[in-house]
Structures are given as structure tokens and as C-alpha cells.
Ligand binder design. Structure first.
Ligand code: 2IT
Length: 447
């Protein structure tokens, strides 16, 4: 494989799909050396097959808003690769959703799901529907309209969506209700992130954030450090930041920043349990304003409009909101302020130049597809419970999640250890994730 040739080809075939091209380039650059040691991969054109999704469904979603007006959105499901199992990955509802974004997310999902060591293929979907300012009824009607189209293409052994940005427990409830009504099947594994009591797994809401902190703890341990007493800057205030804050505080760390599209909330004394609980209300309100935290807790949280979390001095920076949210300039500001570790909890949270700057400064950098894999891993555990018609306790699920994150960490070290003893976690995650998929594709023939 010659990465530049492949990229030139893809750029010509998919012009303007910047997020997709960025995600593919990062993986190919990481695996190039190993790939070229395996002529059987080249012969079977593994990379050329991997970079194109198996198929993409694109559909119109029509619904009626509270004023009685007809609204038209676009819906998508990218079924990327099923070498390891049925397609698995979240749904994103956000006005900027387009094919490039979902292809990047689906592509990342293949390797992330591979890292979990569970039988999960890679997929992603969503809509350009904007949940901000929508009523509960509007969200329900949109979810039902979205499922009118999607239901035929999902199922526990076919494709199992879950949440992502803009899709949480409430949306999964409406989507699953609609799915059951149309498909006439109580097939619980067709969607994950369901609530406990009707097929949901305990710990799934916490899993992405908890898993990320388990991974960060290992990154620190590698350097002989402990998370207790460390300051952490998170971004966003959604499900991922909520879970990470909960676990970080439990382990004695201090979360000093969260953010929103409107700006940053600095919390010099560290986030409290009451503030973490309030993050859930902020998300449920659909206002998408982090300023609400400072209004509710005036003495503890200070809001600054237009600023990001990366302007706040911290030991550990964890992007946990959206792709490319941390730029090269942000990375340089963090480094100047003494950041010691950076771990992406959002998918592709850092721009490529930011990662290069962080790594060049000798700061350990954990990539999203490894750090945030606890979410989809626990979705895999939810499907396993659904197949057994059984529920595990929170302790059982957490124990399994913790082991999966430790195993992912170990794999990243195994494949990412450099000659000078440092660990390139990006390389480690990409190679470890890729090898399992490539070997499965080889074994299953030219399809
Ligand atoms: O990015 C992700 O891994 C998710 N949004 C979770 C996917 C899942 O199927 O649980």
C-alpha cells in the first residue's frame, strides 16, 4: 500500500468529504508499515475494501412540528463493515450531520469495535435534525418518522444502532417503541442504550465516561502517576462528559472545566455531585447552553462566552463533545499551561495538527477509538444480556467493562511501543484494531 496514492484516489472519488478523508488518512498512516509486511493483505486488497462502506442508506424523514408545520430532514445509516459481527454504532442527531461525518464515524467504529474483542461490526447513522429547542413531543414524532424508514435494515443480528450526540435514553426509547410497533418484534438487541427494565443494561449510560477514565488511569500509571488530585478539563456537558466527571470525582480528581457551544464554565474548586446531576437537567432542557451551570451555581462556576475548555489550566485534557474540537492553537495553549496528558473521549476530538503538536511535546495522547470504546463495549454487553433474556448487576457489567478497557490499553501498548520506550497510542490502537478486522476479512474470502 502507498498511502498517498490511496488518498489521492479517495480525494478524487469523494471530494469535500473532509472528516472522512481525515479519519482514513490517520488509520492508513498508522498501519502502513505493518500492512506492507503482509503481502496477503495487499493481494486481497484489504485496505481498498475497508475504506468504502458496504452500503449507505439515505432517506427522507418527514414529520409535523408543534405549530402543525411539515418538516423535512435527511436520515442515514452507514453499514460499514461486518467482518467481525453485525453492524454496530450510534445515531447522531445534529444539524451538521452529512455523509462525510457519518462515514468518518462509521470508519472509526470498525476499529473501535474490533478493539473491544466483542463480535461487533462497524456502522453509524443519524440525521441533520436539530434537537435544540424542540419539545418532547417533537422529538418523539421525529424519532417515529426516522424509524418508519430504518426499521427494515436493523435487528440484533443485522445492525444495532445506539445513541451518539443528540441521541440519549429518551430518543432510544421513542426509536425502540416505534421499531417494535412497525416490525412487530420484541427484538431488544435491535437498539442499545435502552433503559433498564425493558432490555437496557445497567451501567450503559455511565460506560463511555467510566471506560475513558479507566483508560486514563492506565496512561497515568505508565508514568508512575495517580489520578487523585489531578485537574481535568472536559468539554461539552452531555452523556460522555457526565460519565467521565462522575468517575473522575469518585477517584479523587478535580474537574475544573466543562463547556458548550456558547462558551466555557470554569470550576476552580472542582465539579460537585450536585453540578454533575445538573448536567442531566441541562441536556434534557434541549437549550444546549453551558451558561445554565453558572446561573445555577453562581459562586462555583464562572462562565466565559466564546471560550473553550482548552483555555483553562489543567493536568489532563479530555475532549468529550465533537470532532475536531481541539485545534493546533488549542493544543499549544494547553501545552504552554502545563498539560501532562490528553485523552480524546469524543470521536476524533483533536485535529491532526493538534495530535502532532501534543505528541511532539512528549505528552501521552490517547485516541478516541480506544479511550471511548467502553460505550460501544457495554452496548455489546447489552446485546449479550438481551440474547440471554437476562440482566446482569451493575457490578458485573462494570467489572466486564473495566476488563475490556484494561485489555484495550494493553493492546495499544503492545502495538504502539516505540524503539525509545515511549508509547504511540494512536498507532497502537489503529494497528490492533485493524489486524483483527483484516484477518477476519481474509478468512471470509473475497466478498
Ligand atoms: O461512538 C460510539 O462508540 C457510540 N456512539 C456508541 C455506539 C454504540 O453502539 O453503543
Amino acid at each position: 500500500m502507498n498511502v498517498q496514492n490511496i488518498m489521492t484516489n479517495l480525494e478524487a472519488k469523494h471530494p469535500g468529504e473532509s472528516e472522512y478523508l481525515q479519519a482514513v488518512r490517520e488509520v492508513l498512516e498508522s498501519i502502513e508499515e505493518v500492512y506492507n509486511q503482509h503481502p496477503e493483505f495487499e493481494k486481497a486488497k484489504i485496505v481498498e475494501r475497508l475504506v468504502e462502506p458496504d452500503r449507505i442508506f439515505k432517506f427522507r424523514v418527514v414529520w409535523v412540528d408543534d405549530k402543525g408545520q411539515v418538516q423535512v430532514n435527511l436520515g442515514y445509516r452507514v453499514q460499514y463493515n461486518a467482518a467481525l459481527g453485525a453492524y454496530k454504532g450510534g445515531l447522531r442527531f445534529h444539524p451538521k450531520v452529512n455523509e462525510s461525518m457519518l462515514k468518518f464515524l462509521g470508519f472509526e467504529q470498525i476499529f473501535k469495535n474490533s478493539l473491544t474483542n466483542l463480535p461487533l461490526g462497524g456502522g453509524k447513522g443519524g440525521s441533520d435534525f436539530d434537537p435544540v429547542g424542540k419539545s418532547d413531543e417533537e422529538i418523539m414524532r421525529f424519532c417515529q418518522a426516522f424509524m418508519y424508514e430504518l426499521w427494515r435494515n436493523i435487528g440484533a443480528d443485522q445492525d444495532s444502532p445506539a445513541g451518539d450526540v443528540g441521541v440519549g435514553g429518551r430518543e432510544i426509547g421513542y426509536l425502540y417503541g416505534a421499531y417494535k410497533k412497525i416490525a412487530r418484534e420484541h427484538s431488544t438487541g435491535a437498539l442499545t442504550g435502552k433503559s433498564y427494565g425493558w432490555g437496557g443494561s445497567l451501567m450503559r449510560p455511565e460506560a463511555t465516561g467510566f471506560g475513558a477514565i479507566y483508560y486514563v488511569v492506565r496512561m497515568l500509571k505508565e508514568k508512575g502517576q495517580d489520578i487523585a488530585g489531578k485537574t481535568i478539563a472536559l468539554s461539552g456537558f452531555g452523556n460522555v462528559a457526565w460519565g467521565a466527571a462522575t468517575k473522575a470525582v469518585e477517584l479523587g480528581a478535580k474537574v475544573v472545566a466543562i463547556s458548550g457551544p456558547d462558551g466555557v464554565c470554569e470550576i476552580p474548586g472542582g465539579i460537585t455531585k450536585e453540578m454533575i446531576d445538573y448536567m442531566l437537567d441541562m441536556r434534557a432542557s434541549n437549550r444546549n447552553k453551558v451558561e445554565d451551570m453558572a446561573t445555577k451555581f453562581p459562586g462555583q462556576a464562572k462562565f466565559t462566552a466564546g471560550k473553550k475548555s482548552w483555555s483553562v489550566k489543567c493536568d489532563i485534557a479530555c475532549p468529550s463533545a465533537f470532532q475536531n474540537e481541539l485545534s493546533e492553537a488549542d493544543a499549544k495553549e494547553l501545552i504552554a499551561n502545563g498539560v501532562q496528558f490528553v485523552a480524546e473521549i469524543s470521536n476524533m476530538g483533536c485535529q491532526a495538527e493538534a495530535i502532532h503538536a501534543i505528541q511532539a511535546a512528549g505528552i501521552p495522547f490517547g485516541p478516541g477509538k480506544a479511550v471511548n470504546a467502553g460505550g460501544v463495549a457495554t452496548s455489546g454487553l447489552e446485546i449479550a444480556q438481551n440474547a440471554q433474556h437476562y440482566n446482569w448487576t451493575a457490578e458485573e457489567v462494570d467489572q466486564k467493562l473495566h476488563k475490556i478497557m484494561n485489555d484495550i490499553y494493553d493492546m495499544c501498548v503492545q502495538y504502539g511501543k516505540q524503539a525509545d520506550g515511549s508509547i504511540n497510542y494512536v498507532k497502537g490502537a489503529n494497528i490492533a484494531g485493524f489486524m483483527r478486522v483484516a484477518n477476519a476479512m481474509l478468512a471470509q474470502g473475497i466478498i
